[in-house]
Design a protein around this ligand. Sequence first.
Ligand SMILES: [Fe+2]
Length: 692
Amino acid sequence: MNPITLHGSSVEQKRQEIKEYFLNTYDLFEKMFELFKNDTTFYEQSESTRHPMIFYFGHTATFFVNKLVNMKIISERINPAFESIFAVGVDEMTWDDVDSQHYKWPSVEETKAYRHDVKELVLTLIETLPLTLPIRWESEMWVILMGIEHEKIHLETSSVLHRQMPLERIENISDFKQCTDYDEAPKNELVLIPSCEVSLGKKHGSDYYGWDNEYGSYSQSVQAFETSKYLVSNAEYMEFVKSGGYENQEFWSEEGREFLRISKAKHPVFWSVENGHYFYRILTSKIQMPMNFPVEVCQLEADAFCAYKSQKDSLEYILPSEAEYEALCQHVGLGEEQHTVDANVNFKYASSTPVDTFNFNGIYDVVGNVWQHSRSHMRPFEGFEVHPAYDDFTVPTFDEKHALILGSSWASTGNLITKHSRYAFRKHFYQHAGFRYVVSQKKEEEMVDIYETDVLVSQYCEFQYGEEHFNVKNFAIECAQVARSLAVNTNKALDLGCATGRATYELAKEFDHVDGIDFSARFVQVGVKLKEEGVIVFTSQEEGTLVTHKKVTMEALGYESIKHKTAFWQGDACNLKPNFTGYDLIMATNLIDRLYQPRLFLDTVDERLNDDGILMITSPYTWQESSTDKEFWLGGYKDENGKEVRTIDTLKEILGVKFELIHTQDLAFVIKETARKFQHTLSHVSVWKKRS
Ligand SMILES: [Fe+2]
């Protein structure tokens, strides 16, 4: 389905369009799961690093509810339990939620009923949310579009997972038509693309919904280069496989060799060999190798093929860059409305088509059929900013490990087929993705300004890992010390609202295991990076645009020997997953006055603590409506009788039944904004012991 425009003259007509767009996506997603022969398949994983399929089935519905709650568009959840376990997919994050196998997954029937309830909610909102045209990034309706586009991404990635499911679990349904034009492959050749200037990035206010990474600007001169006329076919790639390409280490990068070692791959994942004959897996069956279909490989395999072909032809082949691909699109005349051209997209077929089917002025499959790997990493354009409803959509991929995939595939719809969309995956990751090669000047990418200036994250890095100011001690260290001195048992601790992770490490000096959880993946990433790479770098703002660059190492912090006791997670304190339980200490630092419904956290926090468990709350009680609707504030207002309500009194009222208040104190902290501007805050600490 083509994307809908954000513009229009009739609000009612736009509501109707959004409704159709939503229903089409929601229903097609469910249709995809009708390919499973029976319900037990929902509890199978198609790959060991992925959740069972039931997760994805519930996840796209939960996404709507979670984003609507977070943006305070709705205040009631539909099913809090489902909305915690279906919350975050591993696709979005670099760390895997390996505990997922221990969840008590709901039944397929329950999940279907839940999906139905969410559908009703979204339909009501489409009818009733305030709407003016054009729909803007700040509009409430944007969050609905975000949910629809998110489901379109999962529609595509689920179709990849389905393709990896054993065939005995999958059945054919007539809604998904697979192309059967199997034949010999055409011989590939090179086509010249003249030098040109390219501009990437789109403006706010443009015609279609976009993810955060699409906005901004970037321009570059592209030197003339040559590109392959066709995507690399199974036949062309077969030469590489048969010549021992997977056994010859010299063609593979270091990461590629690691991929070979772990995967033990001898050929692409959708291929199989029986008695010397090659077969190919399409969505619902296994067929003789279709030589004229594009090969589907991960980026590391595509890169190794280029190295092999370079040696064979004594010419240097590489994968195209993002800018070269844009030059190619310009050359064949693809413009803003490229999603309207005739190509193998939008489930025209539920499979690839021959590489010589869709001709774009002499070059084939410029868009559609399968995605095309690139040599470009995901980087932000000038002017990049995150969307408040989904601040971790792209930021975790600015790590120089995620490579862009270009074009789109047969399973791409909506935003995925628009001109400006940008998607990136780790290089060992499979999609319906193949490649075309280019012969170019191989200029290193010119976009070198790696995203390191997320102001809030940098400020927090400075706060947790930087210097002390005005003789106020490091707040994360002080908090951990207070907690450690009052904890009765020291097996397991939870640092809730861990931000960039300093206190998580400090607690690990005493506790056997510490989970650090924060709502924002951008923050948690810092703790993860420190653990995995041993170093973090950040900027500290001095004056105007002047900054100092700072570097902190694991070694200097002295956490090398305790880091194995820490684990970091993205999570919502108001709706934590059930497996976060059994703690001797829960430390909620500067958290409760930032929660959208703090009571949801406080009412049930005792269930996550062991007997004699300690709950430590620190907060300056700075209630603000941007974080918490006033009806959910715990203090800082007058009640209906004109009596002043203080947060500590409400805490006593809520926690008093299940906890004994054993300690209170003030604890100051200083956050540096610039060299001459600091926030000096007095946090209130209250420590509560669970009654046995
Ligand atoms: Fe997702």
